[in-house]
Ligand binder design. Sequence first.
Ligand code: PLP
Length: 414
Amino acid sequence: MANGGAGDGGGKGLEQATRLVTAGRRSDWTGTPAEPGSVVNPPVWRASTHLYPDSAALHGGKPNADGHFYYGRRGSPTQWALADALTALEPGAYGTMLYPSGVSALAASLMAVLRPGDVLLMTDNAYEPTRQLGRGLLKDFGIETRWFDPLDPAAFEAAIDKRSKAVLLESPGSLTLEVQDVPALAAAARAHGLATVLDNTWAGPLGFAALNHGADISVMSLTKHVGGHSDLMLGSAAAGEHFYAKLRRTAQQLGLVVSPDDASLALRGLRSMGLRLERETASALALATWLEQQPQIARVLCPMLPGSPGHALWARDFTGGCGLFSIVFKGKKGSARDAFIDALNLFGIGYSWGGFESLVSPVDPAKLRSATVWPLPDMDPADRFGVRLSIGLEGLEDLKADLALGLTAWEKAP
Ligand SMILES: *Cc1c(COP(=O)(O)O)cnc(C)c1O
């Protein structure tokens, strides 16, 4: 496991909350041979060179087997522990590869399942850099990307032809929050021999058991919920045995490796991820419910909110949510939206999400659509400017008061 890890499941049958605490803490990675398991966390192993006791060990042993010393590019216990922990948390996973960012996890996952001449079908709500990958590097390598309506499984199936070899899903979409019928889309993909790659960053394994719902590869930006503290960049891809082998081969040949320092920070973040997500989800739902009643708001895009688009699929398939949702203002110009953003004191202005602190960023999906339109057909075309909110761990009433300041500023803007 470069950085990868085919783990033992970290204690089958345990609740996810318990696995968050125990996963990846193998005693041989958290101690010395004389005193295994003698510290709580796997230490930061900074190592490029791995030494062998003699030539026989160098010639024999387990060259390049997961979880064994070989060479620094294959990782050391710090990275193995993170990969192992993620595997334990992802139901149905055989192993997990780590990547220097979420984008590199997506790129390497797609390169693992696509070859020149193939067609990639991509959901139209995909994250912008994922779209750029389709229009850019994949195109350069002779792979064609075609976009489809995230909410139309029939259109997806109709788009499949002999050249289609993979589908990229993102559910909910991280800007416009459409929930896709992943089981139906993945089943159609499998019936036609396509690999399903799901960007599962929004829910993560606590909120959506991606592989159990039909995805072949579950990708996450660990930069978001797993890191959780806005101080690292990492990505992961988890899969069953067949696809894990493809991920591993691709990542190893691309020379992808993550730093032990970042892996250690991600492990630290992971331990509190469940609690953070619970709190963020509760606050986000309370704020979404409140915002929906405000006269300035045309639409709240939040699958956790009863009655909102995507809620039925979310309630059917998901076991959790997170703090990320979007709102669309009633009419006015983009400058009114900017006034809303600038009036906020507790929300940092930035493009990331999933940290302990709240963030806001403008949402302009109109430019990011190929197979669908924005505003959505059932929306008033004047209601087009939105913001995305990442709700952190601050007090709920403080956040609400801050958003009220923003709404007042929006009102006053021309
Ligand atoms: C942030 C993000 C990514 C990319 O992750 P990085 O770690 O920033 O490279 C991928 N998908 C989604 C949905 C994201 O929000």
